[in-house]
Unconditional design. Structure first.
Length: 293
């Protein structure tokens, strides 16, 4: 291997790690929702795209930078997720999985067609001065927007960990996730905790959308791709594991970047799904998932 190839490979891995942190934040929301309620959010990619569009609209019409609009987007998604869970999803908890699937699939179709009707099929992106900036780390060159997005994603993941391990509400959500009946016995409001958990998961994917729009432009047709990508990440990392979601995001980000270098960028999804198949064959519960007793 020549030194130029090794440098290009290291550059691709670094780029994949930075993008993978945003992927991990996106998958973190899906993992939180499933880990607490055992409900698979099939509208996850559509929610990501809505977050990207809202950030683009704030930048385009109100001149609000994505970094400044991120807390507003996250708060909006938390409220919307809370209301969605209380009003629509809560009655379906405990029902057969195919009914939950059809419900959330209907939500996904409404969201993506709403984006298509409002913004049209054309790609929309934000143009910032920082997109032309970069940082040098030895021989490596780091894109400023990817580095900023990755650092913000890490900070949000750390805040989420503190919420679940240090706050009363977070500990109560974990208790409800471990034992629904036990939480009811000790007097916890499980329905409210479920709604808060769904709101937290929605806030994560909304924040990930606000970061992702700084990296790539958005179209409504990205929604299904992001839903599949989120599933691949959480299954590779371990469904229901927050740490696994972050690890899966990093692995998928790196695999896509390396595939774009070694093969073709259009074949990056093939590599991601190949990694998924390999993990399912060798460790069906995921890298950090718990095996069923």
């Amino acid at each position: 291997m020549t030194s130029d190839f090794l440098l290009a490979l290291a550059q691709a891995v670094t780029k994949g790690l930075l993008t993978g942190m945003v992927y991990g934040l996106m998958a973190l929301g899906l993992s939180v929702i499933f880990g607490v309620m055992r409900v698979v959010n099939f509208a996850h990619g559509e929610m990501m795209v809505v977050g990207m569009y809202l950030t683009w609209m704030g930048f385009e019409y109100l001149q609000i930078s994505p970094v400044l609009s991120l807390p507003l987007i996250a708060a909006l998604f938390f409220g919307a997720g809370y209301l969605l869970q209380r009003g629509l999803i809560s009655p379906f908890i405990g029902r057969p999985e195919h009914q939950q699937f059809l419900l959330l699939l209907a939500v996904a179709i409404l969201l993506v067609n709403g984006c298509l009707a409002i913004a049209g099929p054309d790609s929309r992106g934000v143009q910032m001065d920082s997109q032309f900036d970069s940082y040098e780390l030895g021989p490596l060159v780091l894109d400023a927007v990817r580095l900023h997005a990755a650092l913000i994603a890490v900070a949000i993941a750390l805040l989420l960990w503190l919420f679940f391990t240090r706050t009363r509400t977070g500990k109560s959500i974990r208790a409800a996730a471990d034992s629904n009946m036990g939480a009811l016995v000790v007097g916890l409001d499980v329905r409210r905790l479920y709604a808060v958990a769904f709101g937290v998961g929605a806030a994560c994917v909304g924040a990930a959308g606000a970061l992702m729009i700084t990296i790539i432009p958005v179209t409504p047709f990205l929604a299904a791709e992001y839903t599949l990508l989120a599933f691949v990440i959480v299954i590779v990392g371990g469904l229901g594991s927050m740490t696994g979601a972050l690890l899966g995001g990093l692995l998928i980000g790196v695999s896509e970047a390396v595939a774009g270098l070694l093969v073709q960028p259009s074949l990056k999804s093939m590599v991601s799904f190949g990694l998924l198949i390999l993990v399912l064959l060798l460790r069906p519960q995921g890298l950090l998932g718990k095996s069923n007793p």
